[in-house]
Design a protein around this ligand. Structure first.
Ligand code: HEC
Ligand code: HEC
Ligand code: HEC
Ligand code: HEC
Ligand code: HEC
Ligand code: HEC
Ligand code: HEC
Ligand code: HEC
Ligand code: HEC
Length: 314
């Protein structure tokens, strides 16, 4: 055996290093009896909140008896089952609020994010249009406070806003709801980039009235033709089904009048683009849209038209 003091020193330092490593990995040094359960206690409903024993017993030096069993039982879930585990109760000095009153520890009136994490899942409204809102991006990415929205703009209950008749784009324009920030100053205006908030329909839209059958495919227009939602939904169409159904047939015997009306109708809607400039012209290709009808004549009640190549065989 060597008696090299340097070697002995090396062994001692190594073992000291290992010991220090061990105490650094808290799992081994953390005494559950002394300090309470190691694993954070997490509540998920109605909102995610986390309590960590170590922070309170080790870091803040609080005795078990300060909480158990006057404020909390030593059993996970009891507080929630009481049905009274709310912010209102905490504000009155119960539960976490016994200490978290801005005096003994930071207050529950603010600092929401110290105890809460927001849901990863976006809130989705299905009607009248499909829309989504992400807590995660607003809180974590854009660093907004809960109170920026939850003191006046929105209640903390899914379904509250949609129950109001004024949860609409018109109200947003007046600075309500999402429009309180999405005004072009604090965040992008809600009269732009509709696709950030709205989903396009995945099914093809079929117009059956007043004539059969025009099929409109969002997919082609958005993905192939690369049109923005606004190019149609600000001026041409409302973002809801049924707008065209209100259009009425002109029961006129005068072909000129009838034609004038058709030009007007098409120009007002699909024809704003389908005029041979941005997309194929409606005057020449009736049946690309009117797939339920054979040829131009039937639609135009026999009034033939020199412009069209779509004359039917009969
Ligand atoms: C600052 C308050 C506080 C202190 C101090 C505290 N606890 Fe707790 N403890 C809680 C809360 C809150 C719960 C969860 C109660 C509930 O869900 O109703 C809990 C739950 C427990 C549970 C049940 C865990 C489970 O999974 O069911 C045990 C065991 C426990 N505590 C042990 C201790 C011990 C041991 C100490 C002291 C070393 C201690 N606690 C100190 C607040 C505290
Ligand atoms: C007996 C008093 C007491 C109770 C009850 C109590 N806390 Fe605390 N808590 C403290 C003290 C003291 C601190 C440290 C000082 C501070 O941060 O203000 C603290 C700190 C915290 C922190 C900060 C952790 C960090 O990373 O700095 C969180 C989060 C927290 N408590 C959550 C809770 C929750 C959730 C409850 C209820 C389930 C609760 N506390 C109940 C006294 C308490
Ligand atoms: C000291 C920790 C703590 C702080 C700070 C805190 N909360 Fe809570 N909160 C909790 C706990 C614990 C619960 C109960 C767990 C649950 O309901 O899922 C809760 C429950 C809630 C609930 C559901 C019950 C209810 O009261 O309706 C809402 C909503 C809520 N908190 C919002 C907030 C907001 C907003 C803030 C900031 C203004 C905030 N909390 C600050 C710990 C805290
Ligand atoms: C940018 C706005 C905004 C911010 C910031 C925000 N929320 Fe919300 N929150 C909403 C909207 C919108 C709803 C849905 C309300 C409705 O349907 O009327 C909602 C709903 C909720 C709900 C009820 C739905 C659910 O998931 O159970 C809770 C709880 C909630 N928010 C908590 C918080 C907390 C905690 C914070 C801060 C960490 C926060 N929110 C920050 C906009 C916001
Ligand atoms: C900042 C997000 C956001 C943007 C941007 C946005 N919307 Fe909305 N919109 C909503 C929310 C939220 C609702 C209400 C919930 C629902 O209808 O699903 C809504 C509702 C609607 C509605 C039904 C209610 C009403 O006002 O008639 C229409 C139509 C609509 N939006 C069209 C548009 C159009 C067109 C654009 C682009 C010019 C647009 N939206 C941009 C969030 C947005
Ligand atoms: C308190 C202010 C505030 C309110 C209220 C608010 N937002 Fe935002 N929102 C922001 C900010 C800030 C950004 C980031 C800046 C930007 O993109 O212009 C943002 C970005 C977004 C984005 C793009 C990023 C992402 O999450 O994909 C969407 C979508 C969005 N908001 C939807 C909504 C909807 C829907 C509502 C209403 C239910 C709403 N916001 C209410 C402030 C707000
Ligand atoms: C080329 C034109 C065009 C573009 C671009 C377009 N839409 Fe549409 N959209 C329509 C037409 C046409 C309708 C049906 C209107 C009607 O029935 O009166 C419609 C209807 C809708 C509806 C209502 C569906 C229903 O059944 O009520 C939603 C929602 C919608 N669009 C969302 C979007 C979104 C989101 C975008 C952008 C990503 C978009 N649209 C882009 C033409 C377009
Ligand atoms: C904002 C402009 C715009 C509006 C409004 C518009 N379209 Fe289009 N559409 C296009 C463009 C661009 C193309 C792709 C270029 C082309 O085919 O000429 C296209 C292509 C098409 C196609 C061919 C799809 C294929 O098979 O490739 C059909 C069918 C069609 N549109 C039907 C309609 C109908 C029906 C309407 C009205 C409900 C309508 N479009 C409104 C711009 C528009
Ligand atoms: C770009 C697509 C498109 C093209 C091309 C097109 N139409 Fe239409 N047309 C429509 C839509 C959409 C409607 C309204 C929905 C419906 O009636 O089903 C409509 C409605 C009509 C109507 C019923 C209007 C009424 O109130 O009586 C007639 C008739 C008609 N079109 C004739 C024609 C003729 C003729 C052509 C060719 C010269 C033509 N369309 C080309 C999309 C188109």
């Amino acid at each position: 055996m060597t008696k090299n003091p340097l070697f002995t020193f090396a062994i001692i330092s190594l073992s000291m290093f290992l010991v220090s490593l061990q105490s650094a990995s808290a799992d081994d040094s953390y005494d559950v009896k002394e300090n309470g359960p190691k694993k954070p206690i997490v509540w998920n409903k109605p909102i995610k909140a986390t309590f960590v024993h170590e922070v309170h017993t080790v870091d803040a030096g609080i005795e078990c008896s300060s909480c158990h069993d006057d404020i909390f039982f030593m059993q996970r879930g009891v507080a929630v089952r009481s049905g009274k585990f709310t912010m209102a109760a905490m504000a009155e000095g119960q539960f976490c609020g016994t200490c978290h009153d801005g005096d003994g520890a930071f207050s529950t009136e603010s600092n929401c994010m110290a105890c809460h994490t927001v849901s990863e899942d976006p809130i989705i409204w299905k009607t009248p249009t499909k829309t989504s809102f992400s807590h995660k991006s607003h809180v974590e990415e854009f660093e907004l406070e809960c109170s920026d929205c939850h003191s006046g703009v929105f209640s903390m209950k899914i379904g509250s806003s949609i129950a109001n008749t004024d949860f609409t784009m018109a109200a947003f324009k007046d600075g309500k709801y999402c429009g309180s920030c999405h005004n072009g100053d604090d965040a992008f205006s809600s009269s732009t980039q509709c696709e950030s908030c709205h989903y396009p329909p995945t099914e093809k839209i079929v117009f059956n009235k007043p004539v059969k059958t025009v099929v409109f495919d969002h997919d082609i227009h958005i993905n192939k033709a690369e049109l923005s939602c606004e190019s149609c939904h600000k001026k041409v169409f409302a973002m809801k089904g049924g707008a065209l159904e209100g259009e009425k047939l002109v029961f006129s015997d005068d072909p000129a009048e009838k034609r004038k009306y058709l030009v007007e109708l098409h120009n007002k809607f699909c024809g704003t683009c389908h005029d041979s400039s941005q997309a194929f012209g409606y005057l020449t290709k009736c049946t690309v849209c009117h797939i339920g009808v054979k040829g131009y004549n039937k639609m135009n009640q026999g009034n033939s038209n020199k412009d069209t190549h779509e004359k039917s065989g009969h």
